[in-house]
Design a protein around this ligand. Structure first.
Ligand code: NAP
Length: 298
């Protein structure tokens, strides 16, 4: 029987998590695509360490005829990745896009029909350590819209090692994650501090104000979020260990570009479209852009 052909585009933290799961599926022919050379994947997962060589392509040199392309890029990487989309997506290719933010299908619509694109939200803290090994801190959890496409994608994986959740209202689920991660991320990143900062009441108040502003946009955009969600986030905040950081803080500390467009940036953008002002998230975006502009990495 012909093997299904699957490509992973973006072999960073999440791309390595996904590859390390797919490599176990012997019914797949797995390809890797990245902008810089990667010769092997080294990852420490909750199920043990893995290291295996990959033949990572830096340009698409042939027709790959992929059944699935799994895109694991950050929001700001999409602009420079158009060449990949043109070359790797054929009429039969289905695309799973795994990233933070909202409206994940939008940058891909020039390349394939919306019905062939699966939006995926991943919960899976993973970081590169000093030895070049990705540390995956917990079992990956992928949330998708409830669909046939989601079921088809999930059968590529071993369900004991990765959780799949199909939800009827993906927009609401995405907004809930965004409200928390953009607000917590902005405060920790801009103040170069972990959740320890919330021992000071003024930062808790700032956090609540950012949540409140984002909630207004989410509700106007059609997300169905209960007013109690703010209290839920406050309880969650109190349960976090002081050393908990955020991906935005980690990116800043590592000198990497902060993913603004998938956090406060999208809140401001949707606010503008809906005619609702977002002074707090707009201010955060301005400050984050300034930090990114001093940073040469892409
Ligand atoms: N890491 C986490 O813990 C985590 C958790 C939940 C959600 N997420 C989300 O998952 C998404 C992916 O994040 P990540 O942490 O995996 O990012 P990452 O570690 O920075 O990986 C991105 C990969 O994409 C590659 N890339 C960038 N531009 C490219 C291009 N034009 N063509 C080909 N490859 C390109 C990068 O190549 P280089 O090797 O050249 O940099 C890198 O290997 C983001 O939206 C993030 O917010 C991440």
């Amino acid at each position: 029987m012909k093997k299904s052909s699957v490509g992973v585009l973006g072999v960073g933290a999440i791309g390595s998590v996904i590859s390390s799961q797919l490599i176990e599926n012997l019914g797949l022919e797995l390809s890797h695509f990245n902008r810089s050379k990667k010769e092997e994947i080294k990852i420490n997962t909750p199920f043990g360490e893995k290291a295996y060589p990959i033949d990572c392509q830096l340009v698409a040199t042939k027709i790959y005829d992929l059944d699935w392309l799994v895109i694991c890029l950050k929001e700001h990487h999409f602009k420079s990745a158009k060449n990949w989309f043109e070359n790797l997506i054929t009429s039969k290719t289905k695309v799973a896009v795994i990233r933070n933010g909202l409206n994940l299908k939008a940058p891909l619509l020039p390349f394939l029909d919306a019905s062939q694109i699966l939006e995926c939200m991943i919960d899976c803290p993973t970081q590169l350590d000093k030895k070049g090994v990705y540390q995956q801190f917990s079992k990956a959890k992928i949330t998708t819209p409830k669909s046939e496409l989601a079921s088809e994608f999930s059968i590529l994986f071993n369900k004991e090692k990765i959780e799949f959740h199909q939800v009827a209202d993906f927009k609401t689920a995405s907004w809930k994650k965004l409200i928390e991660s953009a607000s917590l991320g902005a405060i920790t990143c801009l103040n170069l501090n972990t959740c320890e900062i919330f021992s000071q009441p003024r930062f808790v108040n700032e956090y609540l104000a950012l949540i409140d502003e984002a909630m207004k946009i989410a509700l106007a955009d059609g997300a169905k979020i209960h007013k109690n969600y703010t209290n839920e986030l406050l309880r969650k905040l109190k349960s976090y260990p002081p050393e908990k950081g955020s991906s935005m803080l980690s990116d800043r500390l590592a000198g990497k570009p902060i993913e603004i467009g998938a956090k406060s940036g999208i809140i401001v953008k949707i606010g503008k479209r809906l005619g609702i002002e977002t002074p707090l998230h707009s201010k955060a975006v301005g400050q984050l852009i300034e930090i990114n502009s001093k940073n040469k990495a892409t």
